[in-house]
Ligand binder design. Sequence first.
Ligand code: ATP
Ligand code: MG
Ligand code: FE
Length: 332
Amino acid sequence: FITLGIESSCDETSVAVIADGTVIRSNIISSQLEQHAKFGGVVPEIAARCHLEAVLPIYRLALAEAGITLEEVDLIAATYGPGLIGSLLVGLSFAKGLALAKKIPFIGVNHIEGHIYANILERPEVKPPLVCLTVSGGHTDLLYLEKWGSYRILGRTRDDAAGEAFDKVARVLGLGYPGGPQIDRIAREAADDLEFVQPKGFGGNYDFSFSGLKTAVINYLHRQKQLGEAVDSARVAASFQRQAVAQLTSRLFKAVDDLGVRTILLSGGVAANSKLRQVCLAEAERRGIRCLYPPLTLCTDNAAMIAAAGYFRFQSEGPSDLEITAQPDLCL
Ligand code: ATP
Ligand code: MG
Ligand code: FE
């Protein structure tokens, strides 16, 4: 069973071909990083235009690399939200066009659900019940999955997303966009002994907050400047990263202990973070449970994860109506 996946929610145009929901035959990802770098963030109008230019050649490459034609595709899955409206519309319209022209079943996919399914690509043995920490550029959700496709939200961010905080701190440190990978890189060998600030927690639930931590970093940098003191960027980055990761893992493992689950998944771009992976592995090992995360290239946006999520939803619910439209604020 062949699924063609299409992703265009933000600044990556991606088309993938997967077999039986978990086997990657091709996964072509075209990033617009260079087009947005000089603006320090994604410019929606530019993103939409880049998707328009990229989608057809990327689609052809994905089919060619998988060695198939459109006639062999059994299902077309495309992201319909959340994301930038202009970006979403390009991939979604393209997917619907193919589906309509060739009478192939179509399914709309929630991008965040896609990030979660990145964990079962090439690893079909992963099974709920489990707790999943979804940490990306726009989302920070702690989820309990009793079975695939059903999500209980245990906690989420009250302000900035984790990835957003990494990007903003990187920006004030002059590290460029996207900042998460840069912070990760320069933090590796650095001291992480600066104390910023941690939210106290929200009455025993699992919510997150990153704006106080981000502001504390900014205030520290201002103070150093006023005092005429030098700033050790690597030390600031490492200290910020340690505290961001501590907040994520404290909520995650409280939930794991409270619910008694034996499997943890990390998903989304921040799941690429080496410190987060390291702390999660150590904490999981201490409890004798499993912590899994996707390989680096599948943590950030890609179409293989969209195809996987689409495949499994199609098995349980059948196709989507071709009338479905882009939903920028779509929730899980
Ligand atoms: P969303 O999925 O919420 O719609 P998005 O698609 O923009 O948002 P992703 O592609 O999942 O987000 O992830 C991008 C984010 O991941 C960016 O904020 C980036 O800085 C962050 N990120 C990527 N690699 C790392 C890393 N090694 N350490 C920390 N953050 C990282
Ligand atoms: Mg991106
Ligand atoms: Fe994403």
